[in-house]
Design a protein around this ligand. Structure first.
Ligand SMILES: Nc1ncnc2c1ncn2[C@@H]1O[C@H](COP(=O)(O)OP(=O)(O)O)[C@@H](O)[C@H]1O
Ligand SMILES: [Mg+2]
Length: 213
């Protein structure tokens, strides 16, 4: 059971949209207000999940889309039952996920062509039916993503090697998820400066949870 004072939040958006940057800013702010913040990245977060993470991200051969969707779901189910749900049953805990359900919708549902319903079906049963109280979708365009990835300059992984068309599908997937789940997904303009984005995230958080920081 989820404790009333504990919340699950997720951050979504294509590579370079500012997820890591904003998670760090929000974590600092929450910790200053005496919340205990736990952060997990997907896929991964458990030792089983980290193994799946490297299996997926370091793959040099194409993975079948349904296999890929199920690998992500397996990692997620383990993360939820082993870590996230026990934390949420405590007091004053905020769990922040760097990518979650909407990444599956965008990547496997849209970009890999499985369709949104296949992904939602996979997430109907416990623990995969767990939904964040609020999802921040950092919305940027492909050019901004490419520019920021270039600036970052680290080696590209399995997904980052994909072409422009793939990126457009991801954006379409996030837009579709946002339309389908408007109550949960908060669209944040990821192109403004990082302090402005941070302020927008804080006001969206206040609106959804009543938490004022
Ligand atoms: N609002 C912003 N404006 C300009 N650059 C940003 C902004 N937010 C993040 N960046 C930079 O863009 C790059 C990608 O940001 P990051 O937070 O790592 O994105 P993600 O985790 O979504 O891939 C980093 O080099 C970061 O410093
Ligand atoms: Mg990141």
């Amino acid at each position: 059971m989820t404790n009333q004072d504990s919340f699950l939040l997720s951050f979504e958006g294509i590579e370079g949209s500012g997820k890591s940057t904003q998670i760090q800013l929000l974590t600092q702010k929450l910790e200053a207000s005496n919340y205990t913040v736990e952060y997990f990245r997907e896929p991964g977060g458990t030792s089983f999940g980290e193994k799946l993470r490297s299996t997926i991200l370091e793959s040099t051969t194409p993975i079948n889309p349904l296999a890929e969707a199920n690998l992500f779901a397996a990692s997620r189910a383990q993360l939820l039952s082993e870590k996230v749900l026990p934390l949420l049953s405590k007091k004053n805990h905020i769990v922040i996920l760097d990518r979650y359900l909407d990444s599956s919708i965008a990547y496997q549902g849209m970009a890999r062509g499985l369709g949104i319903e296949t992904i939602l079906d996979l997430h109907e049963h416990p623990p995969l039916n767990t939904r964040p109280i609020c999802t921040f979708y950092l919305q940027i365009d492909i050019e901004t993503s490419m520019q920021r990835q270039q600036n970052r300059g680290n080696e590209k992984d399995y997904f980052e090697k994909e072409n422009i068309n793939f990126y457009q599908n991801l954006i379409d997937g996030y837009e579709l998820a946002s339309t389908r789940f408007p109550e949960r997904i908060q669209i944040i303009n990821g192109k403004s400066d990082q302090n402005k984005i941070h302020a927008n995230i804080l006001s969206a958080l206040k609106e959804k949870t009543g938490i004022e920081l």
